[in-house]
Design a protein around this ligand. Sequence first.
Ligand code: PCA
Length: 217
Amino acid sequence: MNKPCVLLTGFERFDGEPVNPSEEIVRRLDGKTTSDHVIVGAILPVAFAEAPQVLAELIDRHRPALVITLGQAGGRAELSIERVAINLIDARIADNADLQPIDVEVVAHAPPAYYSSLPVKAINAELAERGIPAALSLSAGSFVCNQVFYWVCHLLSNDYPGTRGGFIHVPWLPEQALRHPGQPSLPLETMIAGVHAAIECSLRTGKDLHVAGGTTH
Ligand code: PCA
């Protein structure tokens, strides 16, 4: 029998960047086995019209036990474990297909938001223990990453209720940050170790930790 799989997605480059760190991480982890699961890596287009379709096909084809989607969040200093996907698209820039939707829903007649079904606090604690910069985040923005995060939650809760999924934003790579003076970055190896640890933690953890992780502002 085939091993169960983890679907790990990244995004292609966008916004004039020479690379997308999420793509680099996925390429390096694709095909690896962890906790008796095979990691299936895939790269999504930074395109509102196509990304949800590509994602839905991947989930339908692979029937993963876990879905972790990654994207670049330039300017953030840590791996950002996203908690909330919102049913809103408000694109600050055009996507790679030159679309710039403003104030439209991700999915019409669907809930305003979903929570990640990953054990976000356990992941955050695990990364802290390993010395990998990580933080919980309450917003994945209102661009293609939030759209894909929302679709992951929407598809899994409606069609695959036994499958957990969520989104992790990753900082720029050091070579990207050189073009953005004063901005933070993380080495690729650190991010790969962090995403790998997040996968293992998600497969191993049942109920998430009950520890404070909120913010006051
Ligand atoms: N980051 C963008 C879209 C693709 C990516 O890697 C975002 O945060 O929406």
